[in-house]
Design a protein around this ligand. Structure first.
Ligand SMILES: *Cc1c(COP(=O)(O)O)cnc(C)c1O
Length: 396
């Protein structure tokens, strides 16, 4: 990751197909578009590759989550259990739907701790939303069992896990619905874009309408469409879909590069006493976009991240980061919305000012994540692997 590192002639060709016709919109204009339907083609390509019945492209991963929640009927008064380690978009989409995010601990998979999920269930719980962070997977067997036992929906935020799988099934296709992001720094990019995957035709039909003003797409032309429900505009453009189509065809190549690179780095540091790696419920399914290392202490992790940066290696220490971990989500904890929230929802957010997450703090505090770049040459990788080993050893 990210896919933009491999932007080339293939992407330009697909975009040019669209520019030739001048039909930049994904719907309608059947004659002038001369058979060019990039969004439809990308949806079919994703569905084929992932063996999922339906794919709906939208304008972003955040829009994909909002659309999926609407289509699943998640809204006001509903609680959705999600991890306290994710990108801010996960709770943004939930607040947009009117639902209440219930943040719980992660475990050493860096995703939802099934025990914490079970403990957070109330009569108002409607869904569980695992976030497959950094290209790896949540324990989906355990989460599916919990959802089944309590009659809950399972919505997978797979925005960071394109191409990753769990026991032979692609992430994002296992729950009632799943989402991808194709923003500029994701494994596959459209510049901006997202997708909802589902095997449920009713959920898909709702996603299709919701992301295009509620139009039912059944009229003889767009003006004749009816509106069985109210929607929004979360459409993707043909230009974005065209970029994504070329990128999607490179996914297996991206995954192979990432997996080989990650293996070299992992082997270079495996013997260092005191360190350990993230646990993957299905190691073969890791998309290998990141290498996640647990150091023995918060201080050792802070030192390692600083030493890595000094050596020219990319490093994330999420404990001190403002985007991905509850500790620094002050805007969420103060319910800093521009317009008023329903009072109960506002109070539920402000409650996070006094809630503590010692289990997650201990894990995130000790974890350093190194993104795996697609553009590194074999020479770079060997030099960087040696530098990583040195950075860790100097911090212990
Ligand atoms: C990137 C991301 C999103 C949102 O995607 P955008 O396309 O940037 O809106 C949602 N969830 C997670 C975990 C992400 O990493």
């Amino acid at each position: 990751m990210p896919g933009f590192e491999r932007f080339g002639e293939e992407e330009k060709k697909e975009v040019n197909d669209v520019l030739e016709t001048g039909i930049l919109m994904r719907y309608g204009f059947d004659g002038p578009r001369k058979g060019i339907w990039k969004a439809k083609e990308l949806e079919a390509a994703i569905a084929g590759k992932l063996s999922v019945k339906h794919v709906q492209l939208v304008s972003s991963g955040t829009a994909a989550l909002s659309t999926a929640m609407a289509a699943l009927g998640i809204g006001a008064g509903d609680e959705v259990i999600m991890p306290c380690f994710t990108f801010v978009a996960s709770f943004e989409a939930m607040l947009f739907s009117g639902a209440t995010p219930v943040l719980v601990d992660i475990d050493d998979t860096l995703t939802l701790d099934p025990k914490a999920v079970e403990a957070a269930i109330t009569p108002r719980t409607k869904a569980v939303m695992p976030v497959h962070m950094c290209g790896g997977m949540a324990d989906l067997d355990a989460l599916q069992a919990i959802c089944k036992k309590h009659g809950l929906l399972l919505l997978e935020d797979a925005c960071q896990a394109i191409g990753a799988s769990y026991k032979g099934k692609y992430l994002g296709t296992i729950g009632d619905a799943g989402t991808f992001s194709f923003d500029f720094v994701k494994t596959v990019t459209c510049a901006e874009g997202g997708a909802i995957m589902t095997n449920n035709t009713d959920v898909y039909t709702k996603c299709d309408g919701f992301s295009d003003h509620g139009h039912d797409h059944l009229g003889v032309d767009r003006g004749a469409d009816l509106h069985p429900f109210i929607g929004y505009n979360f459409r993707i453009s043909e230009l974005h879909a065209a970029v994504g189509l070329a990128q999607w065809r490179k996914l297996d190549e991206f995954l192979a590069i990432q997996r080989a690179t990650k293996k070299t780095f992992s082997e270079a540091i495996a013997g260092i006493p005191g360190i350990s790696f993230r646990r993957f419920p299905d190691p073969a399914g890791d998309s290998a976009t990141f290498l996640e290392i647990f150091l023995p202490s918060l201080e050792a992790a802070q030192k390692t991240a600083a030493a890595m940066k000094a050596a020219g290696l990319p490093a994330f220490h999420y404990y001190d980061n403002n985007w991905h971990y509850l500790r620094n989500w002050h805007h969420l904890k103060t319910a800093a919305t521009l317009s008023p929230l329903p009072p109960a929802l506002k109070a539920s957010l402000e409650a996070y000012q006094s809630k503590t997450f010692p289990q997650s703090d201990a894990l995130i505090g000790r974890c350093v994540c190194m993104p795996i770049n697609l553009s590194w040459t074999p020479g770079d990788i060997n030099t960087k692997a040696a530098a990583l080993r040195k950075a860790i050893e100097s911090s212990l």
